[in-house]
Design a protein around this ligand. Structure first.
Ligand SMILES: Cc1cc2nc3c(=O)[nH]c(=O)nc-3n(C[C@H](O)[C@H](O)[C@H](O)COP(=O)(O)OP(=O)(O)OC[C@H]3O[C@@H](n4cnc5c(N)ncnc54)[C@H](O)[C@@H]3O)c2cc1C
Length: 381
């Protein structure tokens, strides 16, 4: 069976690519029974599609490479594309665009647009090879051939939604290098000294986390296994090992408390349970502000620079994305074609581009797919 273009994976980037390519030019091969599984669970079921504040600085990866795709298909072009299909995402949490009702609204658009293409479901790709000008794609059901192959199989995160290492395996088999992969946008597990966090499970407080030169502001959620919440997830993108620095009192000058007649648990802008837990750790009483000594004030300063080394992360099972992946200096930034094998393309999360929390990863999936589509359109007409 000969195909023009085979797309490996039926997730966000594949669906965008299939939607914008000419009718009957594409065969999607998806391991799951249904395409777009991650779209449905994303953004708490409402899919954080993109962000009003866009740029390569919101990604980990080679900025010139990322910028090329964003220039061609940025958040405004994406929003217009969706608007033409009657989806008007709404701004929430500041600058993040979500589906108005549910992520299904976005998936439905892709399903409608990609109806014109062929989709093989419940079929897993095992291997890709190339002989002369033709690729052979071996699945667990058959072998197909195609002139062009697009690897859109995502990363390793959320294996229960179909994630696999096939994209990296295919890339390596064609001589590509893979930047070391790791779970990202994921919670941290903690070491013994921070086990007291676990007693605060379910409580959330606003913090600023510093990982090297990167700063991540937002909510930190104490979780049963350690730490989670948007600020922590963002911080995980930059963390490899070693210490992080958490400011539990961002934008709060501690000297403000010195003239107050209120107790620390009422004065400090944190949930009372969190303040109490830290007072126990610092061996401080819940005194009124005006009675705090200089020595006690310097102990409280610890809350502004609470530095510790996470034990690790919650792993791929809980990570929203995988950082690392197919090295970008071996992929053309304009077409997304392999610089090693003509006709082989990589789009979406499988590439070594990872966005911060806030819709940046879907934007990358869509932008890279769109770039690839422009190149493929020239080939298939
Ligand atoms: C819980 C969760 C919430 C998220 N929320 C957001 C959010 O709100 N905003 C945001 O920007 N990003 C979010 N993300 C990240 C986002 O979903 C991904 O970055 C994006 O889906 C990547 O698109 P992709 O096409 O590269 O890969 P995917 O969407 O992961 O698609 C890859 C597809 O390939 C298939 N596949 C894998 N191996 C094989 C094989 N051997 N054969 C055939 N098919 C195979 C998989 O089943 C999958 O369907 C979230 C992720 C998770 C897990």
């Amino acid at each position: 069976m000969k195909n023009e273009i085979i797309i490996i994976g039926g997730g966000a980037s594949a669906l965008m690519l299939a939607s914008v390519l000419p009718k009957n030019s594409v065969t999607i091969i998806e391991g799951n029974a249904k395409p777009g599984a991650k779209i449905l669970v994303s953004g708490g079921g409402k899919c954080n599609i993109t962000n009003e504040v866009m740029g390569s600085e919101y990604y980990v990866g080679e900025s010139h490479f990322i910028q090329k795709s964003l220039e061609l298909f940025d958040e405004n072009v994406l929003l217009r594309w969706l608007d033409e299909r009657k989806l008007r995402p709404v701004l929430r949490k500041g600058s993040q665009y979500f589906c108005p009702q549910s992520a299904k609204e976005l998936l439905d658009i892709f399903l409608k647009e990609s109806k014109k293409q062929k989709m093989l479901l419940n079929e897993k790709v095992i291997e890709v090879s190339k002989k002369d000008d033709l690729f052979s794609v071996r699945t667990d059901k058959r072998t197909l051939t195609a002139k062009y192959v697009v690897v859109a199989s995502g990363g390793l995160s959320f294996p229960k939604l179909g994630a696999s290492a096939i994209g990296y395996e295919i890339a390596e088999s064609f001589g590509h290098s893979i930047e070391k992969t790791a779970p990202a946008l994921v919670g941290f597990t903690v070491q013994k000294d921070q086990f007291f966090f676990k007693a605060l499970s379910g409580v959330s407080t606003d913090v600023e986390i510093k990982v090297g030169e990167h700063s991540c502001k937002g909510a930190l959620l104490f979780a049963h296994k350690g730490l989670s919440g948007p600020a922590v997830l963002d911080a995980s993108l930059y963390w490899e090992k070693g210490k992080i620095d958490v400011n539990f009192l961002p934008d709060f000058p501690l000297k403000n408390i010195l003239k107050s007649k209120k107790q620390l648990t009422s004065l400090l802008p944190m949930p009372k349970r969190v303040t109490k837990a830290f007072l126990v750790q610092l061996k401080l009483d819940d005194k009124i502000g005006a009675k705090i000594t200089a020595n006690e004030l310097s102990l409280l300063e610890t809350l502004k620079h609470y530095s510790f080394a996470p034990a690790g992360t919650f792993g791929y099972a809980k990570a929203e994305v995988t950082k690392g992946g197919v090295c970008t200096d071996e992929v053309d930034a304009v077409t997304m074609m392999s610089k090693k094998t003509e006709g082989l393309y990589f789009i979406g999360e499988v590439v070594n581009v990872t966005g911060r929390l806030g819709g940046y990863n879907f934007q990358w999936a869509f932008s890279s797919a769109y770039s690839c589509a422009q190149a493929l359109k020239k080939e298939v007409g």
